[in-house]
Unconditional design. Structure first.
Length: 143
């Protein structure tokens, strides 16, 4: 099992960043890279967003596992076909106020991968996290 922990400081209110993160079905509002297609299955906890990324035959399907609005914590899992050689993946995103107009997002991804594929899966995920931080930060500044 591999654990990745990354953080990003934002010069915007925590509530703005949280609003984007928890609007699970509106991923395309802030994701800065064009998707081939985006589909939703269900609603609320347990809903799944299918992200058809350019160059991947199968979608990355993320399931919303839990939301804690009071503490600004979101948990999700990738299910079904796993990208980058992963066999299991769970993530937790936490938003912490650092000031009236600033916050930090801590993002933890935990995964297992096929033998010899840990490094490739880590690179894939770290790239996705950086893209997420960029998109959420840019969008939150416009709110």
């Amino acid at each position: 099992m591999v654990e990745l922990n990354v953080s990003k400081d934002f010069d915007v209110a925590a509530e703005k960043v949280w609003a984007l993160l928890v609007d699970f079905g509106e991923f395309e509002k802030w994701w800065p890279i064009e998707l081939d297609r985006f589909e939703l299955e269900g609603e609320g906890l347990g809903m799944i967003r299918h992200l058809y990324l350019n160059g991947l035959a199968d979608p990355v399907s993320e399931r919303l596992d839990s939301l804690d609005h009071e503490n600004m914590v979101l948990c999700l899992s990738i299910i079904r076909v796993m990208p980058a050689g992963m066999t299991e993946y769970n993530a937790t995103g936490t938003i912490t106020k650092t000031g009236p107009d600033s916050c930090r997002m801590d993002y933890k991804g935990v995964f297992t991968a096929e033998k010899g594929r840990d490094e490739g899966a880590s690179s894939f995920l770290l790239g996705a996290y950086e893209t997420m931080f960029q998109g959420i930060g840019d969008t939150a500044k416009q709110m």
